[in-house]
Design a protein around this ligand. Structure first.
Ligand code: HEC
Length: 121
């Protein structure tokens, strides 16, 4: 009885460690769509200073390096925003300013910003 309990304990400990490793791999995999990182609206609000120059102005067009219409991201679907930011970060989606900006964001930053913008009316 004691023996098998010990074996069970070892098994449980090992599977817990394995699960923790899998979660860590998922978080660091930039292209993976997962919800492992919880976005915070409050934290997002602290991070928008690098976005509002372009995204806060209705009908705004960037003047450099080319003229682009800046999309409305307020009220946009949260998952969509995260996926868009990841796509710019990996270069899958290309736009000079967005590639540069998203490349400096962590998964947590993206989740926070997405939570903030998705909840903006
Ligand atoms: C220099 C201006 C500029 C800044 C600063 C900027 N963006 Fe953008 N953003 C753009 C432009 C222009 C596009 C459209 C690019 C394209 O055509 O793919 C865009 C696209 C996006 C998209 C995709 C929207 C869609 O409808 O698919 C998201 C999401 C986004 N930006 C989020 C952010 C966030 C979050 C920040 C701050 C961390 C930020 N942007 C900072 C100009 C900017």
């Amino acid at each position: 009885m004691n023996l098998s309990l010990n074996a069970l304990n070892r098994f449980v400990r090992r599977t817990t460690v394995t699960a923790a490793c899998l979660v860590a791999v998922g978080v660091s995999g930039v292209s993976m769509a997962n919800d492992a990182v919880e976005g915070s609206i409050e934290a997002g609000r602290e991070k928008i200073s690098m976005c509002i120059g372009c995204h806060a102005i209705p009908g705004y067009k960037t003047a450099f390096p080319e003229v682009y219409s800046v999309p409305m991201i307020a009220g946009q679907n949260e998952q969509y925003l995260i996926i868009a930011l990841r796509a710019y970060a990996t270069g899958e989606r290309s736009h000079p300013s967005m590639n540069a900006i998203s490349g400096s964001l962590t998964e947590q930053d993206m989740a926070d910003l997405a939570a903030y913008y998705a909840n903006l009316k």
